[in-house]
Write a protein that binds this ligand. Structure first.
Ligand SMILES: Cc1cc2nc3c(=O)[nH]c(=O)nc-3n(C[C@H](O)[C@H](O)[C@H](O)COP(=O)(O)OP(=O)(O)OC[C@H]3O[C@@H](n4cnc5c(N)ncnc54)[C@H](O)[C@@H]3O)c2cc1C
Length: 389
């Protein structure tokens, strides 16, 4: 017999839900496209986990101690600079939002669920209804699964489950991150460490920014935030190929163009010039906030980015996603997985729609400030409380 609940996707939202169902004694299975040993060190190397949402979900799953053992509470401080290298502001000291590497969070969650509750290398190809209106999951390996009381899409931005509930599609935000790395043995590391410390640095110029964030191994993730068209990196239209010559072409491109970082201070040039190996691109997409409403369906729901994909400019995507898992698990506990299941899903979605819309809208607003033509002028005024966002 099939488990009661199928969770598609073993990211932060899917694994948090799995852990909470495990605690509540509700049967489930997770299908994840990656292999158990594949690196999930993507979509933001380090994540800040907020007290009222992400930490709350971990606490309810009995994982606070494991989290605190790895969380970096000294990493919340951010230093703000302008492109000339002038220090403008320090903020975030003591926030209840400690950082943890994405891989560490995943390891905590994975360890907390039995190994046989997650099926690896199971890429979902399609999710459809059969003639009896049952939801059937088809995998790329040719197999399929069905007979679940509830299918939860926790499969991120390009969810294969979403179309059963809404026709909404992710939209490109006009902004992309380009991610690089500086390791402790890099020649510029000591200088960077002195400037950034255990937290982060963000420097701003017109329509662009550069961020450095420390990871648990001491290395820094570097993000070049740029305003570019959706086809900027694509095939024939590509202005720059990030992977050519270990990223050398990309470094040269961004450093030599006045549209990007050519006019920035020497220290930022050094950071970009010393990024190791190739770069990784993150074109940033979001779901229109108004798409967060659909006719309730007691057999299918969405959590995390699958439900409310947002740009990452308020650093809350993962927190909102883990909190979705908490609300859904609580509602299933309250109403049961029998006749009350539909009500559980409906109440979860009502709560999630509101939080998801709020997240997407706030992140869009924050993106306007972070990538403004006069950045960081208005941003600094907002942080200092002298202007509204
Ligand atoms: C550059 C960047 C930086 C970010 N930084 C932050 C930050 O600092 N703080 C923060 O709160 N948020 C941040 N976010 C957002 C955060 O990463 C997401 O909100 C969060 O990962 C959502 O979790 P999720 O489990 O819903 O989806 P995901 O993390 O996308 O996980 C989805 C899972 O589903 C699996 N999957 C996908 N498709 C299939 C399929 N067809 N079949 C089977 N499995 C599948 C994937 O392999 C993955 O394991 C950032 C995002 C980006 C892009």
């Amino acid at each position: 017999m099939a488990p009661l609940i199928a969770i598609i996707g073993g990211g932060p939202s899917g694994l948090t839900l799995a852990r909470l169902l495990e605690c509540n004694g509700i049967d489930y299975i997770v299908y994840e496209r990656n292999g158990s040993s594949d690196s999930h060190n993507h979509q933001g190397g380090t994540l800040d986990i907020h007290g009222a949402t992400g930490q709350e979900a971990l606490q309810r799953g009995g994982l606070s101690e494991e989290f605190e053992n790895m969380a970096r509470r000294d990493a919340t401080t951010a230093q703000i600079f302008d492109m000339t290298g002038k220090h403008l502001l320090t903020f975030g000291e003591g926030r209840d939002a400690p950082e943890i590497d994405r891989v560490q969070l995943r390891a905590i969650l994975l360890k907390s669920i039995p190994a046989d509750k997650i099926q690896w290398n199971k890429t979902v190809h399609k999710v459809e209804r059969d003639a009896q209106k049952d939801v059937v999951i088809s995998f790329s390996d040719g197999s399929s699964a069905g007979g679940f009381r509830l299918v939860v899409g926790a499969d991120g931005a390009w969810s294969k489950v979403r179309h059963l509930l809404t026709s909404a599609k992710p939209k490109y935000s006009g902004k992309s991150y380009i991610e690089g790395k500086i390791s402790p043995n890099n020649p510029i590391y000591p200088k960077l460490e002195t400037k950034v410390g255990p937290g982060s640095l963000i420097a701003f110029g017109p329509n662009k920014n550069l961020a450095a964030q420390q990871m648990s191994d001491g290395s820094y993730r570097i993000y070049l935030g740029v305003t570019v068209a959706e086809d900027f990196f694509i095939d024939d239209n590509a202005n720059v190929d990030l992977s050519v010559d270990d990223g050398a072409q990309a470094r040269q491109f961004f450093l030599s163009s006045n549209d990007y970082f050519a006019e920035w201070a020497t220290e930022f040039h050094e950071t970009i010039a010393n990024c190791e190996h190739g770069f990784r691109k993150w074109p940033l997409f979001y779901l229109p906030p108004e798409s967060l409403v659909w006719e309730h369906d007691s057999q299918v729901t969405l959590i995390g980015d699958a439900a409310h994909l947002s740009t990452p400019f308020v650093g809350e995507g993962v927190n909102c996603s883990m909190y979705d898992a908490l609300v859904l698990a609580e509602k299933l506990k309250e109403h049961g997985t029998g006749p009350g299941l539909g009500r559980a899903v409906e109440e979860y979605e009502k709560d999630m729609f509101r939080r998801g819309r709020d997240l997407i809208e706030r992140s869009m607003g924050s993106g306007e400030l972070l990538f403004a033509n006069d950045a960081p002028k208005t941003l600094v005024q907002v942080i200092k409380g002298n202007a509204s966002p």
